[in-house]
Design a binder for this molecule. Structure first.
Ligand SMILES: [Zn+2]
Length: 289
């Protein structure tokens, strides 16, 4: 069956996501996306699924009606190099660039949990569903979150198990502090920037003295935080014991600003600068900060 091509062509922009390009194609041709998809034999309810797996025959039909190359259509889907990278790629649009999204563009890198600024225009990404009651994070919190995001990206792209482990431990602590009731990955993909930024900033914070940071959390535990700690150290009971020891020794000295410290709000932890790298991998800790 020969499909009737659309009258107008839309050239994808760099890093554009298939679902976004299809939506723009529909808009430019003055039709609904659902109708366009029906024209090529795709159920419009599953448009988001197409971003992660497009059958060859569907790609051929889309290419025919859009008057585009088959390879180009296929290149608009998201592929992940590793299972972890796939896990850290959101199945739903949780953030966007306020500048680039104005014209209906949706980019692939916005789906990565570590994406913080738009790679096209440099603007900080914002939640797709902003909450009016959320307090704006401080400049310092944003700076730390940005560093944490870069560290996470480098760890995942290098498939560096040790650094991924350390980063996700930081996220687990932050999840406990924010009292977010969900998984670490869900916190990083959430619509609440307060939780997401605290988690990313925690990745930066745990690069130095991670056990001490854990002990600071432990000093204020509720059951959920305790569970987060246990989970974070499930394979390293000796480290969990060390955390317990530090927490006991610090029992008089814990401030009430753990959350602010993770997020970088007023913490005297200035040595965590933008020069931060992964080189700090030692596990020896003591009770002196
Ligand atoms: Zn942008």
């Amino acid at each position: 069956m020969t499909l009737r091509p659309l009258p107008k062509i839309v050239v994808p922009v760099a890093d554009e996501l298939l679902s976004g390009w299809l939506a723009r194609l529909a808009t430019f041709n003055h039709c609904d996306l659902v109708d366009l998809l029906a024209h090529v034999g795709i159920d419009g309810r599953y448009v988001d699924v197409l971003d992660f797996g497009l059958e060859e025959s569907a790609a051929e039909r889309i290419a025919a009606v859009a008057r585009a190359d088959f390879e180009l259509v296929q290149s608009l889907t998201i592929s992940a190099a590793t299972p972890l990278e796939a896990e850290m790629t959101a199945q739903f649009p949780f953030q966007k660039c306020p500048v680039c999204s104005v014209h209906g563009v949706a980019l692939k890198h916005w789906r990565r949990v570590w994406s913080f600024d738009c790679l096209i225009c440099g603007t900080q990404l914002i939640p797709n569903m902003p909450r009016p009651d959320v307090i704006s994070p401080s400049t310092k919190a944003l700076r730390r979150a940005r560093i944490g995001a870069r560290l996470l990206e480098a760890a995942v792209k290098d498939n560096n198990v040790r650094q991924i482990h350390r980063a996700m431990r930081g996220v687990a602590f932050a999840v406990a502090v924010t009292r977010f009731r969900g998984s670490s990955i869900a916190a990083l993909q959430g619509f609440n920037p307060e939780v997401r930024i605290t988690c990313l900033a925690a990745i930066c914070a745990v690069q130095k003295k991670p056990l001490l940071k854990a002990a600071q959390i432990k000093a204020k535990v509720d059951d959920f935080a305790k569970a987060s700690l246990l989970k974070a150290y499930s394979k390293e009971p000796h480290l969990l014991a060390a955390v317990g020891g530090i927490a006991n020794r610090r029992s008089q000295g814990v401030s009430s600003a753990d959350r602010a410290q993770f997020a970088g709000q007023g913490a005297p932890d200035s040595h965590n600068s933008s020069q931060q790298t992964w080189k700090s991998t030692g596990q020896r800790e003591d009770s002196h900060n």
